[in-house]
Design a protein around this ligand. Structure first.
Ligand code: AHR
Length: 500
């Protein structure tokens, strides 16, 4: 058996974890909306047509913020198509995904869904085919109380009170040639700045996310952030980054090492933000919004009928090793909580998602559902700067990859401490020793283990057996050594004892 050690002190803190890092994403894409969160006529649908079975799963995770309506979709979206009497709304060719958009679900339905579901919106505006005018009108429609054209239009649509949407994205992946209305950094920086200005003039309380790079391998990464931020610094609050990983070569060790790439990408993006801050001599720091992240490759190349409505696209069926990569990405996000203030697992339902449904039928949890649920449930608090000693190995694309990766979060209100750890080794267990320096009176209460499955095992509507198991530690509250099985996701939970 291998050995690792994680040394922790209450005083060695990275940052308070922003709850919004446990966010997710719903795009008008495939069956995310139609047949996913919204399906009037489904036996589990409520009076609004929202699927209660899906909401139950979302509530189990506790998703604080949901990005909407895209994604690539937003770059061709006319928000006006999705409001007002449903029978008057146009059916449109949707060019991002070659489908037909019926527009029976739009801004007010989404806001209603957020309310019922207990989450907050992160709304994206179209900076592909549209610009500042449509964006400022949408902010007026959503956030202005009354007495103007768009606020009264909203009220005439049955939404009397303003939606007060606080968080907005200035377009989506504008650096990508696949994007409708793709722009150069200088073109995008100018239009994003003018849009940001107008949106904040309508509602100064909003926060804005500037589009950064679509992934770490974009040839423009670095320059894109520097150029666009230079043009927008005073009017934006966050820069986005997106990252998906794949294992199409079936090289598991290399796949499990890819979270190292995410960490490097986050740190590099933060450096560029700091460079522009220094150049502008500003006090304000720009933080990061990792507003799309996940594993994505199983559905690549899948066929569907062009211009169909809500087709089965991007419906990745996730296996057990994908869940480990999602766990490793969550560990990375928590460790980078000094800079990553928003993160959205992309996406939430059916489309590269932790939750799957049958249209007209069942809903179930994919393998990746569980690490996401654990992180959201136990990862709120202050991320600690642990000293991790572990063996190292090389993979095809990475050197010095830790055999174990781990992070700890302390909840200051309850005194609870949670350690999240992945053992990347495919064969050997790893004994993790926790040196809890100044944590007096902590009781080990639970070791949640997600391990022992074939790495290609999946959950289906009929079989949800790829799930974690809980081991109560009530009989061993002083335990500080924990065996991490090969290929495992582990959540080790401590609570404050009553004796001290
Ligand atoms: O999440 C799927 C797609 O991935 C989004 O529409 C786009 O922003 C990204 O390329």
């Amino acid at each position: 058996m291998k050995h690792s050690k994680l040394t922790l002190s209450k005083d060695y803190q990275i940052a308070k974890v922003d709850d919004r890092v446990f966010g997710s994403f719903i795009e008008h894409l495939g069956r995310a909306v139609y047949g996913g969160i919204y399906e009037p006529g489904h036996p589990a649908a409520d009076e609004h047509g929202f699927r209660r079975d899906v909401m139950d799963l979302i509530r189990q995770i506790g998703v604080p913020v949901v990005r909407y309506p895209g994604g690539n979709f937003v770059s061709g979206y006319n928000w006006e198509d999705g409001v007002g009497p449903v029978e008057m709304r146009p059916r449109r060719l949707e060019l991002a995904w070659s489908t037909t958009e019926p527009n029976t679900f739009g801004t007010n339905e989404f806001m209603q869904w957020c309310k019922v579901c207990g989450t907050a919106p992160m709304m994206a505006v179209n900076l592909g085919t549209r610009g500042p005018d449509a964006a400022r009108n949408l902010v007026e429609y959503c956030n202005h109380e009354k007495g103007t054209c768009y606020s009264d239009l909203r009220r005439s649509h049955g939404a009397e009170a303003p939606h007060n949407i606080k968080l907005w994205c200035l377009g989506n992946e504008m650096d990508g040639p696949w994007q409708m209305g793709h722009k150069s950094a200088a073109e995008y920086g100018r239009v994003a700045n003018e849009t940001a200005k107008l949106m904040k003039w309508v509602d100064p309380s909003i926060e804005l996310v500037l589009c950064g790079s679509s992934n770490s391998r974009m040839p423009t990464f670095g320059d894109w952030e520097a150029t666009t931020l230079d043009l927008c610094y005073d009017n934006v609050d966050y820069v986005s980054l997106h990252q998906y990983f794949d294992c199409s070569d079936r090289d598991t060790p290399n796949f499990l090492a890819k979270s190292c790439d995410l960490e490097q990408y986050i740190r590099a993006a933060a450096c560029v933000c700091d460079y522009v801050q220094a150049k502008h001599r500003r006090k304000k720091k720009i933080h990061l919004s990792l507003d799309e992240w996940n594993v994505w490759y199983h559905s690549h190349g899948a066929d569907f009928e062009k211009w169909s409505e809500a087709p089965h696209i991007l419906e990745d069926v996730y296996n057990f090793e994908d869940a480990l990569v999602v766990g490793l990405m969550l560990i990375t996000i928590l460790r980078c909580s000094d800079r990553v203030k928003i993160a959205c697992l992309a996406q939430l339902v059916n489309v590269i998602a932790p939750i799957m449904t049958e249209t007209g039928g069942r809903a179930w949890a994919q393998t990746i559902f569980y690490p996401y649920l654990h992180a959201s449930r136990y990862g709120r608090g202050t991320a600690l700067q642990g000293i991790l000693t572990t063996g190292k190995h090389d993979t095809k694309d990475f050197t010095d990859v830790g055999d174990v990766d781990a992070v700890a979060v302390r909840n200051e209100e309850t005194g609870a401490l949670t350690v999240f750890a992945v053992n990347r080794d495919m064969e050997e267990s790893n004994l993790l020793t926790l040196d809890l320096k100044d944590f007096d009176g902590l009781r080990a209460v639970e070791h949640i283990r997600y391990d022992g499955f074939d790495r290609y095992a999946v959950n289906t509507a009929n079989d949800g057996s790829v799930r974690p198991r809980s081991e109560a530690l009530t009989a061993a509250p002083d335990a500080r050594e924990f065996k991490l099985n090969p290929l495992s996701w582990n959540v080790i939970r401590f609570e404050k004892g009553t004796d001290k």
